[in-house]
Ligand binder design. Structure first.
Ligand code: HEC
Length: 175
């Protein structure tokens, strides 16, 4: 599955509306904006199975309040942004970014964390990577570190890494 287009859904209309507003008819942009998709709200999971299931749903469907849309290849309409826009098939296969860059699958990805990000001069936890993807990829409002949404996503991604070697990226510690 490959993306064929990627565009802000209402950006242009709001640009026009802004010009109209300057000419003395304010409010068009607000009136034209679709209702906020809003983050998906889930209950804290009572079991690990539930967390994996909810995490998968959030991964596939949650727009985190973003107004971005994408058009899956062969689809009739556009979808709201979600993790699935770039990380194909729930992250289980190779993905593709809006600009066409290939992404490795997320199978085993959770075992790469904590990860040193040389460009940022920082050690990233899996949660911080998720926050980064929501902000920069989805252009949405990231879930709080202790929110059920974050917990479910971390659990889902960790389940995709079942059996991967933990700590493979780490320097050795004398003990
Ligand atoms: C617009 C495309 C896009 C979207 C949407 C997106 N990501 Fe990503 N994701 C990337 C790119 C590009 C990378 C690799 C480079 C980077 O870290 O920016 C990445 C990397 C990752 C990694 C790290 C993989 C590794 O091996 O270190 C994880 C985990 C991840 N994304 C999870 C998510 C989750 C969860 C969501 C939804 C909340 C999401 N992504 C949404 C583009 C996206």
């Amino acid at each position: 599955m490959k993306q064929t287009s990627f565009r802000p859904a209402w950006g242009n209309m709001c640009g026009v509306a802004f010009a109209v507003a300057l000419m003395g008819s304010p409010g068009y942009c607000l009136a034209a904006a679709p209702p906020k998709a809003g983050p998906m709200r889930v209950q804290p999971a009572a079991t690990m199975e539930q967390a994996v299931q909810d995490g998968g749903k959030i991964f596939a469907q949650d727009s985190f309040g973003s107004k971005q849309t994408w058009v899956p290849n062969g689809a009739f309409g556009s979808h709201v942004m979600s993790c699935a826009a770039c990380h194909t098939n729930g992250g289980t296969t190779e993905g593709v970014t809006p600009s066409g860059a290939r992404l490795p699958s997320l199978v085993g990805a959770a075992s790469n964390y904590p990860k040193f990000k040389a460009k940022k001069h920082a050690v990233y936890t899996l949660e911080r990577q998720i926050v980064h993807c929501v902000r920069a990829g989805i252009m949405g409002q990231p879930p709080g570190y202790n929110s059920p949404e974050m917990v479910d996503l971390v659990v889902y991604l960790t389940a995709l890494s079942k059996g991967a070697t933990m700590g493979h990226q780490m320097p050795a510690v004398a003990h």
